[in-house]
Design a protein around this ligand. Sequence first.
Ligand code: IYR
Length: 221
Amino acid sequence: MQHSESFIPLEHKELSKEQSEAATSDFYKLCDSRRSVRTFSEKEVPQHIIETIIKTAGTAPSGAHKQPWHFCAVQSAEIKSKIRKAAEKEEYENYHGRMSDAWLEDLKKFGTNHIKPFLEIAPWLIIVFKEMYEQTEEGKSTNYYVNESVGIATGMLLNAITCAGLVSLTHTPSPMNFLADVLNRPKNERAYLLIPVGYPEKNTVVPDIKRKDLSEIMTLY
Ligand code: IYR
């Protein structure tokens, strides 16, 4: 293979079958413990933990290694309150006319509505932005597979949050343009997801839902 960039040896530690079995099973159990939580406690989360979580997301693969993501970590009560107000305004419209009857029916079991106190109560809001293109000194440069890359990074972010013993919600206020305005983001960025992060409120309950079995999500050839 011809390489124009310089290459370095891969660092790879091979595990025994037993180690591999144990590690993958532990990781599955950790990921399986993740639940979307809508009731947060006000308990603080140190900034350094949030930084490590975001660094983890930043290890995701991306099209042509463009790393087309940006993560805003919001702790400011003032900004959280602005975000809540704007999100609730959009969500009110969603729940009162913009969402179809079938959609509202599908959401019934989650008990959601347009009121989003978690946007102020959670100690951190991480807002994931995708970079539609790269803005360089010389002008615009193309990013590739932006949705795929940012989706993978966000999945890694969620698992890192779980790994830290914290809970999260993948929140999608829609439309999300207000986030770029409130956070004063550059033109090449579009909001992708809003993720409150913190500890669950005492006595938090979650919907009694089941994950699909392996046989439903995997076909062996
Ligand atoms: N964005 C709204 C509605 C909503 C939509 C889906 I699809 C969900 O899985 C949950 C909620 C809200 O956050 O309430």
